[in-house]
Design a binder for this molecule. Sequence first.
Ligand code: MGD
Ligand code: MGD
Ligand code: SF4
Ligand code: MO
Length: 729
Amino acid sequence: MAKLPISEELIIEQFGPHSKHVPPGGWDQTDSQPDRRVKTHCCFCGQQCGIILKVKDNAIIGFDPWEAFPFNKGKLCPKGVKRYMQGSHPDRLLHPLENRRGKGYEPVSWEAAYSRVTSEIERIQSQYGKDSFAMLSGVSLSNEKSYLVGKFARVALQTANLDYNGRLCMVSAGAGNKKAFGIDRAANSWADILETDVILCAGTNVSECAPITTDYIWKARDTRGAKLIVVDPRITPIARTADLILPVRPGTDSFLFNTLLNLMIQAGDIDQAFIDAHTVGFEEVKKTVAGYTVDECEKVTGVPAQSIKTAALWWGKAKRSFLLHARGIEHHTKGVDNVLSCINMVLATGRIGKVGCGYATITGQGNGQGGREHGHKCDQLPGNRDITNPEHRQYISKVWGIDEKDLPGKGLSAQEIMNEIHAGKIRGLLSICFNPLVSLPDSGFTREALEKLEFYANIDFFMSETARYADVILPGSLHEEDEGTSTSAEGRVIRLQKSVNPPAEAKVDWEILLEIARRLGKEKYFDFKDSESMFEELRVASKGGTADYYGITYDRIEKEMGVFWPCPEIGHPGTPRLFEGGKFYYPDGKARFNVVTYKPSADAINEEYPIYLTTGRVIYHYLSGTQTRRIGFLNDQCPKPYLEIHPLLAEKYGIAEGDLVKITSRRDSVQLKARVVKTIRPDTVFVPYHWAGKQSINRLTQRALDPVSKIPEFKMSAVRIEKVVEKNL
Ligand SMILES: Nc1nc2c(c(=O)[nH]1)N[C@H]1C(S)=C(S)[C@@H](COP(=O)(O)OP(=O)(O)OC[C@H]3O[C@@H](n4cnc5c(=O)[nH]c(N)nc54)[C@H](O)[C@@H]3O)O[C@H]1N2
Ligand SMILES: Nc1nc2c(c(=O)[nH]1)N[C@H]1C(S)=C(S)[C@@H](COP(=O)(O)OP(=O)(O)OC[C@H]3O[C@@H](n4cnc5c(=O)[nH]c(N)nc54)[C@H](O)[C@@H]3O)O[C@H]1N2
Ligand code: SF4
Ligand SMILES: [Mo]
């Protein structure tokens, strides 16, 4: 049944305007003395900076730097500084709401909301089968909640179709890491960045997206003279301080990395002893990369030949090196290949598992690391176990007290779930901590899919754009309203402390899931009284898996300010640096080389669509923007998306700074103002993605997926542009 989502005006009328918000006690904090100071972590990115929240009554009124926390030592970026202003925002969802079909939303009792949710789950599943009801989750959630969601979907809903928003984020890196190393985590703590000589950042806007990492890179440069190489089609703030910029054409990274490796092999700059002792499969890779020449690389990637040679020389001759990458190389239909081509280079030079030598993908969301380990991925069970592996299934079934036959198998990934909703095969959806209407590609398609759902329940603390399509909205908890653990980009498991209670009738997220499970008759499997009891079960469930948390306890984390997994026993010190002594996580202890051959993007450039569009982030906003678009200061710095375009390309189309430009892909068009900058390739345009509706760049992106990781190709769409002549009104 098609539903009429309520209008923007109605939302504003009911929930108040965004961003015009003054916290209790006003902006001037000098009059308000806190009752308590709570040591916890930032709710936003995967750096998980330590922060001290100042609490008065049941409100966060400010923060202090937590200088003793070893990762950020008190430093914070603008989002961390302003995050405390969300809690008392007038848009905060305070009561369960029910959609009155075109007449807006009405508050209902929890009893009414719960009974609607459970009766719809039961109706849809009995009519169309268990898998016709799907669940989508997110990794802004703690480890405990991620674990609970995995168990809830498999045991309470008994559906195979559970996936998470990390599918749009960490999965190419995850699949590449597992294939090469047998484990999926940054190989080092960031302490090794400080000890290195060459740092290569591929497809990561470090200064805006992982701001504290900038500090590590700059320290290595200032104290050791470390060289910085940046691979990015844009000259981002970190690139402006680089020694060498490789301005790669979007989607061509594997060509570049294969060529770099070829040059190093030719120059004898590889570590044959390491390759022989600790790896498998080098000869095949060597044969393949032999076909990747500098001249060809220059043509395909657009990077000048001399820069390619310099990069190979610097990396090749270095004694110590550290490679960091993020979504710029991962958000592609061959994201996993791109990751593997980087890892091949790291392995061939043997610079991993040693002081100052390493490799890491920079995680995205707050719990982008822990959230990809404990079982809310469609193919995964806790401890990064495989849901198709009979032994893994047996082990987890035993921990959960269920019969292995009742444990669902591998389900569909996030985009595939949306495809099946669109096809009318999945009829019901429960989502928590995910805003797919803004964050999935091809949002016209996502909108059509959401309209087709027979029943949709959404757990969030704000009315996200996706929540507007829900039949029932359940008000959940902000980060500071619950406790638990999270795992940072470094692989450090840290403690989140509860600072305040959820306001009005809002509830802690996990309480909502436990109550639904109880009403579905599955209470005995969900006997949790608090986050710690969930963590205790998670420890056991992860034991013996590659992501082994068994030796980590709440107490230990607090005393040690974080523990690095794997940590298989209570007495184990944790593992800040993986692969020491060349020991990898395959039964034979060896790492795997993987043959990568360059393949072009799924969205071909041609005369009709001659320009590369890539998308990403700005420092002031976070993901789909539901949170940061509501924080006045952050929103004021960057209130709207824009089209970043080089002067040469702008001139070709008669576009000047501030002009309105229509951008059209094979899916749709949007109109945005031009920002003419010299810091981007002249064949490429960039748009940040944090906005919804007419301003959403995901109207233009494509649904094509990487065949292994199932990540969408956010970083490359073929588009055309034209100047819009604005009428004078
Ligand atoms: N301020 C802020 N910080 C964040 C977030 C946020 O929303 N806002 N989100 C967090 C999350 S979930 C994530 S995943 C991370 C993302 O962190 P990043 O991956 O660093 O950020 P992005 O902006 O997505 O993309 C990074 C860079 O990739 C480049 N790029 C585009 N196409 C290509 C290509 O084909 N090859 C190469 N080599 N580079 C390319 C872009 O120009 C961009 O500078 O940030 C985290 N931190
Ligand atoms: N074009 C383009 N699209 C992209 C990307 C890109 O680079 N370009 N990046 C992709 C990436 S890397 C990512 S990670 C995704 C992110 O995409 P999403 O996961 O959809 O983005 P979020 O804004 O984190 O949405 C999470 C929702 O959960 C809510 N939420 C946050 N914390 C909690 C919590 O603790 N409890 C509950 N109940 N709700 C919570 C927020 O209010 C928000 O509505 O977007 C992807 N989409
Ligand atoms: S770097 Fe990330 S974790 Fe640190 S304050 Fe900024 S958003 Fe928060
Ligand atoms: Mo992400």
